[in-house]
Structures are given as structure tokens and as C-alpha cells.
Design a protein around this ligand. Structure first.
Ligand code: PEP
Length: 253
């Protein structure tokens, strides 16, 4: 069975004090969550060290929302994969649509980030997804194909097995308008087929593909019931401990 993962993308929210308190609440509420669900929190960089300490030896892993596309050096304001790993993080979100849009991150940049994350033993959560006009023009499958081909197809099979994919339709992020479970399943199956054609069936079957975009306690169960949906990348609802855990409890038996 593939890893079931629920990851919280906190974006630019919380002070460090609020963040540590939120993690403690999530940890307390996670006591009777099935062990086969992996929980990840991705706070701002400034919180990583402290939150990693607070969550040491617990079931909750820490991730970041980005990493630099360079190993080290004169890149003012950037934070490297090595620094992130040294702070205790295990995951890094790469290619979130907000990074692609507001920071002009290209597929080439994202490939450099993925490679550096892997080099430093971090698990990339690689985001892909189409914009509303691309879906309206029926180009969504091709858009996602290109995002996957230009980054993930540059990896070998061994490295690919260390990737988590998050399908996040841009029109569903932070909008309250979620993809239907059928739309999510259809795209996840498309992604898995692309992976299968390129890397082979066994690798494609081992990769966790998360859904992201206004996933909430009241819709998570329907979305997670789909066969190619292996969990969620959660924005807004990850800032409310009860909601985040309710989502993590939404997998079928
Ligand atoms: C996200 O930013 O990755 C996300 C899915 O946000 P939200 O859940 O708020 O739509």
C-alpha cells in the first residue's frame, strides 16, 4: 500500500510561539490517528529549528515550503536544502503555484531544487496543477504533463521513488472551490499513467499523489476515497489543529 500523507502548508502564517502551540495541539489530537498516516507540517523557515525540536521523536515530520536552487553562496535571502536538513526538516514543498506565479519559478529552477533536496536527503513534495483558463480550454492534462515531464522525467527511477507529488488545481487553492473527487481522481490517474509509461508500473504504483486545493474536513473523505488519491496537501485548514486532524482521519478503512 502506498504511503498515506497529510501535509500542512502553513504559508506565511503564525509567529513562532503560535506555530509551536499549533504543533502541540496537532500532536495531542493525533494520538488515535492510524499509524499508517504520515503527518507533515510545513511552517515558515524561521520556525523550523524550534518546531523540529518540539516534534522530535513524534509521529509528525517537519517540512519547508521552499528551498534555494543553489547549493550555497552569494544568494541573499535564500535558504539552502543543506540548511533545512540541518534544522531537522525531512520534507520540502517544491513548485507550489504561489512560488511559480509570484516568484516566477521555472521548471528548470524547480528541477535544480528537487535535485538539491534529494541530495540532502529531503523528500520533495512536488506540486503541479493547472490554472482555471487552462482547464476551461481543456488543456489541463497537457499542462500537468509538461510540468511533470520537464522536472520529474529528468530524474532516474531510483530518485523518482523518493518524490511525493501534489496535484493542486490553481483554481481550487484558497478559493473554497474544491475539485470534485472525480476531477481529482481523473488527474491523479493521468499522472500515474504518465509515471508508469516513463518509469514503469511498479514505480508508478509506489508514488504517493496528494490532492491540494480547499481540502477541508467536510470534503476530505470523498476525495480520499478515490483509488489514486493518497492524501492531501492542506493550506488553510492546516492552521486549525482540529480540522487538520479531521482531514487526516478521512482515509477509508
Ligand atoms: C495549498 O496552498 O497548498 C492549499 C492547498 O491551500 P488551501 O488548502 O487553502 O486551498
Amino acid at each position: 500500500m502506498r504511503n498515506r500523507i497529510v501535509a500542512g502548508n502553513w504559508k506565511m502564517n503564525t509567529t513562532i510561539t503560535d506555530g509551536v502551540a499549533l504543533c502541540k495541539d496537532v500532536l495531542n489530537l493525533s494520538a488515535n490517528l492510524p499509524q499508517n498516516v504520515t503527518l507533515v507540517v510545513a511552517p515558515p523557515f524561521t520556525h523550523i529549528s524550534e518546531i523540529s525540536k518540539a516534534l522530535e521523536n513524534t509521529r509528525i515530520a517537519v517540512g519547508t515550503q521552499n528551498c534555494a536552487a543553489w547549493e550555497k553562496g552569494a544568494y541573499t535571502g535564500e535558504v539552502s536544502a543543506a540548511m533545512i536538513a540541518a534544522c531537522g526538516a525531512k520534507y520540502v514543498i517544491i513548485g507550489h503555484s504561489e512560488r511559480r506565479e509570484y516568484f516566477n519559478e521555472s521548471n528548470e529552477t524547480l528541477l535544480a531544487k528537487v535535485n538539491l533536496a534529494l541530495k540532502h536527503q529531503l523528500t520533495p513534495i512536488f506540486c503541479c496543477g493547472e490554472k482555471l483558463n487552462e482547464r476551461d480550454e481543456n488543456r489541463h492534462f497537457n499542462v500537468v504533463k509538461e510540468q511533470i515531464e520537464e522536472v520529474l522525467f529528468r530524474l532516474n527511477g531510483e530518485l523518482m521513488q523518493r518524490i511525493v507529488i501534489a496535484y493542486e488545481p490553481v483554481w481550487a487553492i484558497g478559493t473554497g472551490r474544491t475539485a470534485t473527487p472525480e476531477q481529482a481522481q481523473e488527474m491523479h490517474a493521468h499522472i500515474r499513467l504518465l509515471l508508469s509509461n516513463h518509469f514503469g508500473n511498479s514505480i508508478s504504483q509506489s508514488i504517493s499523489i496528494l490532492y491540494g486545493g480547499s481540502c477541508k474536513p467536510d470534503n476530505a473523505q470523498d476525495i480520499f476515497s478515490k483509488p489514486d488519491v493518497d492524501g492531501g496537501l492542506i493550506g488553510g485548514a492546516s492552521l486549525v489543529a482540529n480540522d487538520f486532524i479531521a482531514i487526516a482521519k478521512s482515509f477509508p478503512e
